[in-house]
Design a protein around this ligand. Structure first.
Ligand SMILES: Cc1ncc(COP(=O)(O)O)c(C=O)c1O
Length: 375
């Protein structure tokens, strides 16, 4: 049997990893400034994370959601304390797309409407409703295209109101900072205006924090900078530091009923142990503060860089935009300097999404390599 060939691959085979480094089968160390798509939050193979998962699997790895699982309640309490999202309810699933799928479905159950409003350049995952709200026709199959979605430019409140006025839209889904799209973010005035319009027109506001959440921006959630309270917040990626886990935080105004949502694997014991240890390490090692201070250092270094057009993003969710395509530059960073970075829908933008444990010395290595390549 062959593997379904959907990923263009770099010719590197990682076999182990530690903190911000990944090691290949020849013993070469790569500096990981991409975190495997923003997934590695507390660093690869963090000892507390390894022991939390190992200890849990020795006791109980999985049992069904039909039986009590106190680890879910404990996780909800810790998540509330660290995120400051008080009184939300937690539903656990297995990935970012699934989190958004459940969020959109719940919105539709809640207000009985069926259209979605999403933003140009958005990425929300590859399941049915999530992919229909993703602004990339190449990954939307005819089956998914049956969903009724309006796409509006980020920042365009007037168009949002025109759509919501028709009273057919169950949810607005938004990445406060666009990830795959290329690190664009609008203004506080826009996000607050969006929240107000959603209230006026009885539309559920879903903040997709799959990539930007769990401390990556220096705040627990990216939307918190704009002082809004979304009705639903979707989470995944950094949440499990590589363990496949996702979820939604649901505002108390949205009520649960038996059978409304469900999953076999979501919220299993191992996933809860992994996520709980991630939260503990974020707090104990002050990783949100680290994200902010390393980010400041990154901006300083980037401002001195020749040939840079703009620097985008915040915290450790960053983009360097040039006025030329960066795919060759990224290859050289990997094969000549052993540094992983990311691309985006914007062909001129390098994405930087390191583990939140990254230090100044790693940023120095990156800029030294970049300067050499830009000569
Ligand atoms: C903002 C955002 N939402 C959703 C997803 C989908 O997450 P997953 O790949 O875990 O389904 C991604 C993945 O890149 C993402 O960046």
């Amino acid at each position: 049997m062959s593997v379904f060939n959907v990923y263009p691959l770099y010719d590197i085979t990682p076999v182990s990893a530690k903190d911000v480094y990944v090691y290949d089968d020849k013993g070469v160390a790569y500096l990981d400034l991409y975190g495997g798509h923003a997934v590695i939050s507390i660093g690869h193979s963090h000892p507390k994370y390894v022991s939390a998962i190992s200890n849990q699997i020795k006791k109980l790895g999985f049992y069904s959601n039909a039986i009590k699982n106190p680890l879910q309640t404990e996780l909800a309490d810790t998540l509330e304390a660290l995120s400051g999202c008080n009184d939300y309810q937690l539903f656990l699933c297995n990935s970012g797309a699934e989190a958004n799928e459940n969020g959109l479905k719940l919105a539709s159950f809640h207000n009985g409407k069926s259209k979605i409003l999403a933003f140009k350049n958005s990425f929300h995952g590859r399941t049915s409703a999530a992919v229909s709200a993703t602004d990339n026709p190449k990954i939307v199959a005819p089956l998914n295209a049956q969903q009724d979605v309006d796409f509006v430019a980020l920042g365009d409140l007037e168009s949002v109101e025109t759509v919501l006025k028709a009273n057919e839209t169950c949810a607005v889904i938004i990445e406060c900072i666009q990830g795959v799209g290329g690190l664009d973010e609008s203004t506080t005035k826009f996000y607050q205006g969006l929240e107000a319009l959603c209230k006026t027109y009885n539309t559920v506001l879903i903040a997709d924090e799959v990539q930007s959440g769990f401390g990556r921006t220096g705040d627990f959630f990216a939307f918190q900078k704009h002082k809004i309270s979304p009705d639903i917040i979707s989470i995944a990626k950094g949440m499990g530091n590589g363990f496949p886990v996702g979820g939604i935080l649901i505002h108390p105004s949205i009520k649960a009923s038996f059978g409304l949502l469900g999953t076999t694997f979501g919220g299993n014991h191992l996933a809860c142990a992994a996520t709980h240890s991630v939260l503990e390490v974020i707090e104990a090692q002050k990783l949100m503060q680290n994200a902010s201070s390393i980010s400041e250092y990154f901006f300083e270094k980037a401002n001195g860089l020749s040939k840079l057009k703009t620097i985008k993003g915040r915290g450790l969710m960053l983009g360097l935009e040039f006025d030329f395509p960066i795919s060759e530059l990224r290859k050289n960073l990997i094969f000549k300097h052993q540094i992983f970075t990311g691309g985006s829908k914007n062909p001129n933008l390098i994405r930087i999404l390191p583990p939140l444990t990254v230090k100044k010395q790693h940023i120095d290595s990156f800029f030294e390599a970049l300067e050499k390549e830009l000569l």
